[in-house]
Structures are given as structure tokens and as C-alpha cells.
Design a protein around this ligand. Sequence first.
Ligand SMILES: NC(=O)c1ccc[n+]([C@@H]2O[C@H](COP(=O)([O-])OP(=O)(O)OC[C@H]3O[C@@H](n4cnc5c(N)ncnc54)[C@H](O)[C@@H]3O)[C@@H](O)[C@H]2O)c1
Ligand SMILES: [Zn+2]
Ligand SMILES: [Zn+2]
Length: 398
Amino acid sequence: MKAVVYDGPHQVDIRDVEDARLESPRDAIVRITSSAICGSDLHMYDGRTDIGSGAVLGHEPLGVVEEVGDAVELVKKGDRVVMPFNVACGVCYNCVRGFTNACLTVNPKQAGGAYGYAEMGPYKGAQAEYLRVPFADFACLKLPGEPGDAMEDDFVMLADIFPTGYHATELAHVKAGDSVAIFGAGPVGLLAAHSAMLKGASEVYVVDRSPARLKKAEEIGAIPVDFSKGDPVEQILEMRMNNQMIMSEKRPGEEKMPGVTCGIDAVGYQAVDWEHQDKNEPNRVINDLIRLVNPTGHIGVIGVYMPEDPGAEQPQAKQGEFPLWFGELWSKGLTVGTGQTPVKSLQFLLRDLIVSGHAKPGMIVSQDLPLTKAPDAYKEFDKRDGWTKVVLHPGMQA
Ligand SMILES: NC(=O)c1ccc[n+]([C@@H]2O[C@H](COP(=O)([O-])OP(=O)(O)OC[C@H]3O[C@@H](n4cnc5c(N)ncnc54)[C@H](O)[C@@H]3O)[C@@H](O)[C@H]2O)c1
Ligand SMILES: [Zn+2]
Ligand SMILES: [Zn+2]
């Protein structure tokens, strides 16, 4: 079968690899119809996380069941299914409590596994013609419709990015009426904005510097903030201060709450420093959120931070240490939520929002391409500008 193979920093190729095959009676083999490229794949592509050359990439799979093992009961050949990026057993101490992001049985190195990802276990990636799905009864979420229909791009967002955007709003405690600031208008930030809207947030600001991505944010209903024009925190504070509708009905002392209630970091450790825009400053976004979020507010850090980052410029960041303005965070009484998304617990509800027509996460997809175009797709998506989300389709003709 054909697959996207990692050959080292900034090098991916399409090659013939060993066919996916059943390795346990609980496995299924899924023929992939859509497989998205993720901002998390770029950490490996950029050489910041090492997966080793020869690995098959990809963790956002949608497809049709081709074959099932003898112990699989709930899914059968021909079912249209989406799988979470987390590989999870469904029965360990963490899985039964809903934390499938920290499954204890799938990865000898640490809690949590994933397809095609550095440090996340031995699972081959999903940017391929076929995928082996362990624990198929637990992993596969059945979907209505036919491959290639109008919901194909919406459904593939259920593997990671839509639950992840939604989970970011959970980490940041977003509720109806809240004011929200989201840093990063990549796929995660854009779907965090969509999720905040679905929850009824009253104001949603989205910060980035890419004109194309900020335009998408505006289409979703958010207020775009361009950090290439200066301090994004000051820009948001100024917008709120100058908004008579917001400021005219304040109660006594409320001028001490000029920022937002909920802040989301959808950037992670590859954050650009808005003061020196050719530089990476990993703690930039979290510290900006500590400045921006009001006392008693909440910060959700959905962007990835690494326990070790040998490719970092800063000596502390190499060891996974990020200096934070912790005194201010503490004195404001902010809560901070972090970590990988437990996709399974959110997938059912978000699927039903798509099917009912209330959610349209596929709107962030800018490119649908044949699998063979992966090398170009990685190159363009890595620019983090016009290509907001790329979906590869193994069945599509070049
Ligand atoms: N927690 C999880 O389970 C999970 C799942 C998927 C992705 N992620 C992570 O979420 C992050 C975002 O993913 P993505 O696919 O949207 O990635 P992406 O790289 O496409 O998008 C990141 C965006 O952040 C912008 N940015 C850079 N510095 C900024 C700054 N200082 N302020 C505001 N914006 C800034 C970039 O211009 C870019 O548009 C990545 O770290 C990814 O690994 C986490
Ligand atoms: Zn992903
Ligand atoms: Zn488990």
C-alpha cells in the first residue's frame, strides 16, 4: 500500500510500505478515504520532535471498514467510521474515567498512545491507503452517508481537530455569554472559535498574523487580531475599552476587569514573538494570556509543549522549562487546563452536531488533495498561512 513516509526534517515522501494487517482479534483494517495533516505533524516535519526516518505519519483517519478480527462485534466490513487520534484500550483505569488521552496499556513509554506520532507507541500512521485500528469496537465511531459526500470533510475533523478545538473551550471553562480570546488561527484555534460560538460566547477574539487565517476567523464570527501590528493584548484591551456597548453598563470597580474571562493557547511551543517576528519564543502566548485574562478567569492550553525540546533556541526550553509570570497568574486566581484531548468522550456529541447541521467544522478545510500530493501539502501547510487545513484522499486521482 502507499503511505506518507517521514524521511527527516522537511522531507516526506510517498512510498510503498508493508500492508496494514490484523495483528490481534480485536483489530480492524480501515480503507482510508480522508486523512488530514495536523499542526502536530509539523512538529516532526520541522525537526522539533524526532520520530525516526521511515515512520508512516498521520493520526486523523476517516474511512470504510475493510476487514475485522474475530473478536470484533460492533463494526463490520463496509461501515463508514472515524477514529480518534488517541489509540486507547477503553478498559484501563484512565479510559473508563474518560481519559483516553492517557490510556495506560497502549504505550510502554508513557500514558497515552496515537497513530503515527513520536513517543506515542508503535502505531503506524493514517496518511496511507489502509490503517490498522486496534481495539476496533471502542475506536470506531460509525457515521451516516457515503464516502465522498458533503460531510466527508466535516467527519474527518472528528478524528482530532474538532474535539480538540472543543476541548480547548472546556479547559478554558467557556460558557454562554463569556468573552473569549484565542491565540492561534490554525485549525485548532479556528475550531476553538467555532466551538465557543456553538456554546454561545458573547465575544470571541482570534489572534494570528496570517491574513488568510484571520479572514477565516472572521467568517466564523470571531473578531480578528493581527499580532504583526503590535501587542495583541493591548489591541484586545483597546477594542474592549472603545466598545461603548461593553463599557457603558459596567458596575462599580468593573474597570479592573478590562480583559476577557477565558483565554485559549492554540499555538504551543512554536509560538512566534510578536516583538521580534523572526523569532520563536515558547512562553510568549501563555504569558500574554496571563496578562489578558481577568481575575478569576480561565486559561486553556491546548497547544503542545514538550518535556524536552533539543531544537529550541532557549537553554531552558531545551529542557522543557518555560518561565511564566506565575505571580500574576496566582494573584489573579486563574485556572489553567492543559494536555492532549480525550477525543472519544466528545466525538459522539460533536458528530451529532454535524449531522443535525449545527456544526460545520469542514469549513476550515482549504485543500482536498490526492495522497500523492503529500510532499507539496506539507511544504505549503508548514508556511502556516493560506493553507488552513489539508485533507489527503488516497482514492482521489492526481
Ligand atoms: N492538545 C491536543 O490534543 C492537540 C491536538 C491537536 C493539535 N494540538 C496542538 O495545537 C497547536 C495548534 O495546532 P494547529 O493544527 O492549529 O497548528 P498550526 O501550526 O497550523 O497553527 C498555529 C498558528 O499559531 C499562529 N501563531 C504563532 N505564534 C503566535 C502568537 N504569538 N500569537 C498568536 N498566534 C500565533 C501561527 O501563525 C499559526 O497560524 C499545535 O501545538 C498542535 O500540536 C494539540
Ligand atoms: Zn492532529
Ligand atoms: Zn486504556
